[in-house]
Ligand binder design. Structure first.
Ligand SMILES: *Cc1c(COP(=O)(O)O)cnc(C)c1O
Length: 483
């Protein structure tokens, strides 16, 4: 059960059991109510809802001890809610699994592109994790949140000279992606007394799809050096007095449910490690990237964090011992699996359009600007009414956003109890790649974000105001005089 304390309210799952099948008579989508799933408090990526999700005495949904509809009234909607306990539990799951299954030193780095803010950086830093940044903005956000630079790396397939300078000046490790990075760094580095710490990223030739993967010699990817180039890069770096090659990096994909590709990656990386060390590089770090999937809908069944870390650890240990290599420090870069399940987005229900015999649209006050994943990737989500999460469903609706795109649909075929204008709707698993991919399409301001914990809520991102969106517009005076 996700709702471990729900049973004590006497409601729990007996009142549920309403499925898409009940109202549509045939669909096998979303067969389970989110709270009927077996929950996994030790691996939040396997749950639909944050680990603190409860039904309170009023029958309303609470996260982090805060009633969600109450948060919606206090902070407005759309609202990103982030559960501190879930985020901390996930950080600990990674750290503890690495300590348990990897016999050498290790560090999990949060891939901050999943959701970058001062508060999240501070939380992740306080749990002892590091962080990966892909831009000056993510880098400054992490530093501003107190993330120690020595636990950070800078990624990117087209880093600017300014971004590289910032990383080098702050002592952040640079993940070299291409020859351009090396040329820019060579121009920056000699002016400094200390060496620049580097990882080299290469394309491992392992491509993942959700339920299968293929291996090819050369991958069509914009990231990292082609494996063919690796030896030349390593030889070149051996001649660069300004460079310290700390290790190697590879990342195979995202929302991955298989463990096999990660196991194979260890062998490919150990070969590269052997080559680097044979050329005189210390190469003490092996960074295997991120990619572990999460549960967005009932049918998703990702591996646990523990199983992922155990698989990666055992594979690295065995690949190194087969080649007689001293164990590297093991780095990994979870993004989605670290933060997605901690997030819930609240919307207010607005207009309704029933097309007889076809579809009922229920519109909310957000959409593709605060969650571009459905329109971009056809991603699926799970949602309930915040104050009646266990009420029997009476209709099937399509949850539409408010943007001027027909494709701005957050959820298709959602079984809901009769919802009226003003009801608060909670969409789960929105902590990753929602806020960070948000836009101002239609000049819609970005939502506020609150962090909930033990019954308290802290604002961590202020709501944008329509006026804020004019801040960078410039009206040339010859145009303003026209009116
Ligand atoms: C996106 C990315 C990650 C994180 O991926 P998730 O699927 O969110 O875990 C880690 N490392 C690199 C280099 C990435 O590009």
């Amino acid at each position: 059960m996700v709702l471990s304390s729900a049973a004590s309210t006497g409601t729990a799952s007996s009142a549920t059991g309403v499925t898409a099948t009940d109202v549509s008579g045939g669909s096998d989508l979303l067969p389970l109510h989110p709270f009927e799933l077996p929950g996994d408090p030790l691996s939040p990526n396997r749950n639909l809802a944050p680990i603190t999700t409860r039904i309170n005495g009023l029958g309303a949904l609470e996260v982090g001890g805060c009633q969600l509809s109450e948060l919606a009234h206090r902070y407005g909607t759309p609202l990103y809610v982030l559960d501190e306990a879930t985020l901390r539990a996930t950080c600990r799951a990674y750290r503890q699994a690495l300590e348990r299954f990897y016999p050498g030193p290790s560090l999990a780095l949060y891939a901050s592109k999943a959701n970058s803010s001062l508060a999240i950086s501070a939380l992740v830093a306080s749990e002892g994790l590091g962080l990966d940044a892909v831009s000056a903005g993510e880098l400054l956000t992490a530093l501003g949140g107190g993330m120690p630079p020595e636990r950070m790396v800078l990624h990117g397939n087209n880093k600017s000279a300014e971004e590289l300078e910032l990383a080098v000046a702050r002592g952040v490790t640079v993940v070299v992606d291409n020859w351009n990075d090396l040329e820019l760094l060579a121009a920056i580095a000699p002016a400094r007394s200390s060496r620049v710490r580097l990882l080299v990223r290469f394309t491992p030739g392992i491509e993942c799809h959700t339920h299968e993967y293929i291996r090819t010699g050369h991958l069509d990817s914009k990231f990292g050096f082609d494996p063919d180039q690796l030896e030349a890069v390593l030889r070149h770096l051996a001649e660069c007095p300004w460079a310290d090659l700390d290790g190697l990096h590879a990342h195979i994909g995202s929302q991955i449910f298989e463990l096999e590709p990660h196991r194979d990656l260890a062998g490919v990386m150990a070969d590269a490690l052997q080559l680097a060390r044979s050329l005189g590089h210390r190469c003490s770090d092996l960074n295997v990237g991120g990619g572990l999937g999460i549960r967005y809908v009932a049918g998703d069944d990702p591996p646990s964090i523990e199983d992922w870390v155990r698989t990666v650890s055992e594979a690295v240990v065995s690949a190194c011992s087969q080649r007689g290599l001293a164990l590297p420090r093991l780095l990994c870069e979870p993004g989605r699996s670290l933060v997605a399940t901690a997030g819930v987005t609240l919307y207010s229900v607005g207009s309704r359009k029933a097309i007889t015999g076809l579809r009922t649209y229920l519109s909310v006050d957000g959409g593709m600007s605060d969650n571009p994943r459905p329109i971009t990737y056809q991603s699926q989500y799970t949602a309930v009414l915040a104050d009646r999460p266990l009420a029997p469903a009476t209709e099937m609706v399509t949850l539409a956003g408010k943007h001027c795109e027909s494709g701005d649909v957050l959820l298709k075929n959602l079984a809901l109890p009769a919802a009226a204008s003003g009801d608060v709707l909670a969409v789960f698993a929105t902590g990753a790649y929602n806020a960070s991919m948000s836009s101002n399409y239609n000049r819609i301001p970005r939502p506020a974000a609150v962090l909930v914990s033990d019954g308290g809520a802290d604002l961590i991102q202020r709501r944008e105001q329509p006026e804020d969106l004019l801040r960078y517009d410039v009206l040339p005076s010859r145009l303003s005089s026209l009116s």
